[in-house]
Ligand binder design. Structure first.
Ligand code: F1P
Length: 297
């Protein structure tokens, strides 16, 4: 294995990518959802989780109804003013199929790392974030850069996020590298981040990781908590959760005031650290390719 994985390098470059996205946002504002539009956002895997986080943030900001769907489960019968799709590769089958279905019915905008990919001719407008493309199969910086661009469009202070991200890159990892199992939790927009963090552990490290909306955790998933396992809250934990987890003997990790997207960087780093501990290459997950292209035959 290389001394430094692509994933590790790409994780470390996120604050710089976020700043670059912030510089580009004004240029893209007219293509992105306008306040009061009914919007749906779709993606697959990591790109879907970025879509989920944005959807919750946009609604919370009062910009209007915003749904998020896996591209394969998009409800074609619903009416929207604009559909946003997210795909690093721009070649994912479900995304291209969805854009085909939507053509001429609703304005579509695609966020991709590759403007030369088929997604560009399938969507009405393409926003290319080539500076956030990645060599690792495992996505980190593309998805967070998409989310930061969309947060910038909602008026969030990207410089503060980038500074928090730099701090998250310097912090020691929580003491869970040897945990047998990690459950990530979120609320509102951080539910998407929790799913993304768990996906990173599964993809990069083949690790047992789960994810839930935080208030759902006590409705069953807490049954697997025990010493040697961990619960990791992205954002503010709901009342009593830390104590409930402590009583199981599991380790409880939380954002402690850090913006959850910066806290996600620690979870990404954890995924790489677990992979390295297990002698795995975090850039090359088992059974996964950079883009899922499904043969129609
Ligand atoms: C989506 C995706 C990623 C996954 C892997 C395979 O790709 O499912 O989430 O980590 O890279 O593809 P894309 O549509 O964003 O290119």
């Amino acid at each position: 294995m290389r001394a430094t994985s692509h994933a590790a390098t790409e994780i470390a470059s996120q604050p710089a990518c976020w700043r670059q996205a912030a510089q580009a946002v004004d240029h893209h504002l007219t293509s992105l959802p306008w306040p009061h539009e009914r919007v749906a956002v779709a993606g697959c895997g990591t790109s879907y989780f970025a879509a989920m986080a944005y959807a919750a943030l946009r609604e919370q900001a009062g910009h209007g109804l915003t749904d998020a769907f896996p591209a394969s489960e998009f409800p074609l019968g619903r009416s929207y003013d604009r559909v946003v799709v997210v795909s690093r590769s721009g070649t994912t089958t479900e995304i291209l199929d969805l854009l085909d279905e939507l053509r001429g019915r609703v304005p579509t905008v695609a966020l991709t790392a590759s403007g030369a990919a088929p997604i560009s001719s399938a969507a009405d407008v393409t926003i290319e974030l080539d500076f956030a493309d990645e060599q690792s199969v495992v996505q980190t910086r593309f998805a967070t850069t998409v989310l930061v661009l969309l947060r910038a469009a909602l008026g969030h202070d990207v410089e503060a996020l980038a500074t928090a991200g730099e701090r998250a890159l310097r912090l020691p990892l929580p003491d869970v590298v040897d945990a047998e199992q990690v459950t990530f939790l979120g609320r509102g927009w951080t539910v998407g981040l929790a799913h993304e963090a768990a996906l990173k552990l599964r993809e990069a490290a083949g690790a047992w990781a789960e994810s839930y909306p935080a208030m759902e955790y006590r409705h069953g998933p807490i049954s697997i908590a025990e010493p040697g396992r961990a619960v990791w809250m992205l954002g503010e934990p709901p009342n009593g959760l830390a104590g409930d987890v402590a009583r199981t003997g599991a380790t409880f990790v939380h954002s402690d005031g850090m913006d959850p997207i910066a806290h996600l960087l620690l979870a990404q780093r954890l995924a790489v650290a677990i992979a390295e501990r297990r002698g795995l290459d975090p850039d090359r997950p088992r059974n996964l390719t950079r883009s899922v292209i499904i043969d129609s035959a």
